[in-house]
Design a protein around this ligand. Structure first.
Ligand code: CP
Length: 329
């Protein structure tokens, strides 16, 4: 049986593989002719929650690479009639060449990532994490390309501040976790500003800092929002469910934070004069971020969204052309 290469977590890619993938994404974005490396292939997209950016950018990426793509909601497959994951993946192995999966339920944190690991364990085709309750590596590859475009060779030294921001919806910490791991692997400087009770999960911070000790990355956590953004190169709004508070306690705590924990124009003023605003979206104006920031001249949110397409084209290409070897050097 062929052993397929999967992308479930950011650490599934080495720093060298990330850089190589970003090089190819840049070339693709410049319009270099990279042919149709996925001609004749079929990519399945299995999502249990809605998506605009991830789903559409994977469909367009597949089309531009010469592949066909097929989106399925979980309720459209026999999974909804209790067919087992084993049988589902066993069948999809025989039809598809890659499977992109988004799966989580914030009432059951961690179960989505376990589900993806089970699928990958059964799959003879690459399984790509399109957001679960632990990681969102595809979003972070696009963010890395955006940082490279904004700051060039200086990107590792330019500090990105991830600001926990109020949302009435409990969101997965996937972007946060993948961002911390990417920063650790690539030696970047990042700060996470969060209210009490909303620090990143300790095991993620511990793991990122262990890697940072080797790569020279600087990973700082703080509850001082105003101080955190001072001198930042980029302020990134993010919301995630507390890893320690549960149920109504979490929702009550979240609601109390609504007024203070938001990216506002005065907060951007405290950052460097050149600081840009980043946001993986979706976000709601007046909740995670004020409209004047999201729609203002410092905002780079559509550049980020566009880069989803280029980095996913590079990812799909390199999953099939043998570039992503799994070599950890
Ligand atoms: N950023 C992101 O993953 O967006 P979607 O939920 O629309 O895919």
């Amino acid at each position: 049986m062929t052993v397929a290469r999967h992308l479930l977590r950011m650490q599934d890619l080495s720093a060298g593989e990330m850089r190589s993938l970003l090089d190819l994404a840049e070339a693709m974005k410049r319009g270099e002719d990279t042919g149709a490396p996925l001609a004749g292939r079929c990519v399945g997209l299995l999502f249990n929650v809605p998506s605009t950016r991830t789903r559409v950018s994977f469909q367009v990426a597949a089309a531009q690479l010469g592949a066909d793509s097929f989106p399925y909601g979980v309720e459209e497959l026999r999974l909804a009639n209790r067919e087992s994951v084993e049988d589902t993946i066993g069948v999809l192995n025989r039809y598809l060449d890659a499977l992109v999966v988004r799966w989580y339920d914030m009432n059951e944190p961690g179960a989505g990532h376990e589900r993806l690991r089970t699928m990958a364990g059964l799959a003879t085709i690459p399984v790509i994490n399109a957001l679960d309750d632990e990681e969102h590596p595809c979003q972070v590859l696009a963010d890395l390309l955006t940082l490279r475009e904004l700051f060039g060779a200086e990107a590792p030294a330019r500090r990105v501040v991830y600001v926990w921001s109020y949302s009435p919806r409990q969101k997965t910490p996937g972007v946060l976790h993948s961002s911390l791991m990417a920063a650790a692997l690539l030696g970047h400087r990042v700060t996470v500003a969060h209210p009490p009770g909303f620090a990143p999960a300790e095991r993620v911070t511990r793991s990122a800092r262990a890697i940072a000790a080797r790569t020279g990355a600087d990973i700082t956590l703080t509850e001082d929002l105003e101080e955190a953004v001072r001198g930042a190169a980029a302020v990134y709004t993010l919301s995630w469910k507390s890893p320690t508070l549960t149920g109504q306690d979490e929702l009550r705590a979240r609601t109390r934070l609504a007024d203070r924990w938001r990216v506002t124009a005065p907060l951007m003023e405290r950052a460097g004069r050149e600081a840009v605003f980043l946001d993986c979206m979706p976000t709601t104006r007046g909740e995670e971020v004020d409209a004047e920031v999201k729609d203002g001249p410092r905002s780079r949110i559509f550049q980020q969204a566009e880069n989803r397409l280029h980095t996913q084209k590079a990812l799909l290409t390199q999953l099939f052309d043998g570039t992503l070897t799994g070599d950890r050097r």
